[in-house]
Design a protein around this ligand. Structure first.
Ligand code: NDP
Length: 482
């Protein structure tokens, strides 16, 4: 299987003959190749998207009415829904995620296109009170051409929430998927062409981040950049964008806490707390990777979490176990490095899951691990591990819980487990992050719910109606009519 770029509604060879191997993380074997995109390929894709929008929004995509755009997006949503199993299989093979998770991702992808398709013609400006003799109005215009750098952990979902919102607002999109997870996005672009999206509305250039990705962020024809990935690469993207004053949305992951107070309903909380860290084998930006537990129930919670961790299995996607492998050898090495370092520091392990006997020895499988008494300043408590590793630590009272929860460089999501209504509000207001879940935890969920971070977790909001606003420019028109 050899995949080219998808530009102008057609498969197109790259300017370089070099290809990138596509590896199945569950076996470590190569099963295809991708075009290794260059700056010239990015330039071709940007030119195609610019033509689709048109200089004055008069191109074949730019002149569509909002309702027409919305209808096309609804058709894409329906086409994805019909092919849920096909998309799930592509994603599971490419990223190693379990079929169960991949089906959920394909469903969410369709839902994003449905949501944003329905919202396209509800996005409008305002009229403003001003001086006598004037009428003043605002209109929301698209940026023009938006660039999207999509990581490998949730390619379909992240495509849905950024590209879906951008298309609905009237932009044309150039997408650079992660080299480890490009296949579902290429198939989506092909499907969009089949159902009638005009050429150039959606272009996909594959390749490495430091080549095709960097070329995309630096290209003067890109009017807005949407990036999801690591804090380090996020900084590079923001610097490249700042050089030409290009707006950028950054979603950079986190070290999200789950706070368990001594009045929490543990039967309800514990399965959710476990799922919040093992979902997608821990490779989730909003993973609940720290569990902060009030002292009085600390031992009980650890005992009950340990029981659940011992039952967790990592195995090939087809077995539909709790977890698949990690995405690649690099990620496996990173996660293992954190675990080894924590053990060398003698941070106690409470429980481990297992790797299924049918898992290929060359696959990148990491069993889930639960650590306890994790020092607040340790790497385990401060760094994003992006693997199935949960750090537990006790707290005495509400003030300490808030201090620990807020005490990292990140601020993406938090979960709070308590039956005390006043405390629910107090703690939710005191937490420095973009989303707070009370007595639930929505890692990755909620198409309708604005999502994004503070501090090193990034800025700008994805999901919900809020994301649409970010993909528009507000223009004010003041008319003096006497
Ligand atoms: P990166 O941030 O390097 O990669 C994310 C995306 O950025 C990929 O599409 C990548 O392309 C692209 N990219 C890489 N370098 C550049 C660049 N110079 N300019 C533009 N785009 C670029 O993350 P990694 O894959 O290296 O993973 C490392 C860590 O990042 C993880 O352990 C995790 O902590 C975090 N991460 C967080 C994510 C989140 O959801 N917030 C998602 C993924 C990672 P390519 O892969 O083709 O190089």
């Amino acid at each position: 299987m050899q995949k080219q770029h998808f530009i102008d509604n057609a498969w197109q060879g790259g300017s370089s003959p070099e290809m990138i191997a596509v590896v199945d993380p569950s076996t470590g074997t190569t099963f295809g190749s991708l075009a290794r995109g260059t700056a010239a390929d990015i330039a071709r894709a940007v030119a195609s998207s610019r033509a689709a929008v048109g200089d004055t929004f008069d191109g074949p995509w730019g002149r569509l009415s909002a309702a027409q755009r919305g209808r096309l997006m609804m058709r894409l949503a329906a086409a994805v829904t019909e092919r849920n199993e096909e998309f799930a299989q592509i994603e599971a093979r490419d990223t190693g995620k379990s079929m169960k998770t991949a089906r959920v991702d394909a469903t969410a992808l369709a839902r994003y296109f449905e949501y944003y398709g329905g919202a396209a013609d509800k996005l409008h400006g305002d009229t403003l009170p001003y001086e006598h003799g004037y009428t003043v109005l605002t209109i929301r215009e698209p940026h023009g051409v938006t660039g999207h750098i999509v990581p490998w952990n949730y390619p379909m979902q992240i495509f849905g929430r950024t590209v879906g919102a951008s298309l609905a607002a009237g932009n044309a999109c150039v997408v650079k998927p992660a080299e480890d997870a490009s296949l579902s996005i290429l198939r989506l672009a092909e499907l969009a062409a089949e159902i009638g999206f005009p050429a150039g509305a959606l272009n996909v250039v594959t390749g490495y981040g430091h080549e095709a990705g960097a070329a995309l962020t630096a290209h003067p024809g890109i009017d807005h950049i949407s990036f999801t990935g690591s804090t380090v690469t996020g900084r590079l993207v923001a610097e490249a964008a700042a050089k030409r004053h290009c707006p950028v949305t950054l979603e950079l992951g986190g070290k999200s806490p789950q706070l368990v107070f001594d009045d929490a309903d543990l039967d309800q909380a514990l399965p959710v707390i476990v799922n919040a860290i093992i979902q997608n084998a821990g490779q989730t930006c909003s993973a609940g990777s720290r569990v902060l537990v009030q002292r009085g129930i600390y031992e009980t919670v650890l005992e009950r979490l340990a029981e659940r961790f011992r039952a967790l299995r990592a195995g090939p996607p087809v077995l539909e176990l709790e977890m698949g492998p990690l995405v690649n050898e690099k990620q496996y090495g990173l996660v293992k490095g954190f675990i080894d370092a924590a053990e060398a520091e003698r941070i106690p392990v409470v429980a481990r899951g297992s790797v299924h006997p049918e898992a290929a020895s060359a696959g990148y499988y990491q069993a889930a691990v639960l650590f306890r008494d994790v020092p607040h300043t340790s790497a385990l408590a401060q760094k994003e591990i992006f693997g199935p590793v949960l750090a537990a630590m006790p707290f005495e009272d509400e003030a300490e819980a808030i201090r620990l929860a807020n005490g990292t460089d990140y601020g993406l999501v938090a979960g709070v487990w308590t039956r005390d209504g006043a405390r629910q509000f107090r703690v939710a207001r005191a937490l420095r992050c973009g989303q707070v879940f009370i007595n639930n935890y929505g890692a990755g969920g909620g198409v309708e719910l604005p999502f994004g971070g503070v501090k090193s977790s990034g800025h700008g909001r994805e999901k919900g109606f809020e994301a649409l606003l970010g993909f528009t420019v507000l223009k004010t028109i003041a008319i003096k009519h006497g």
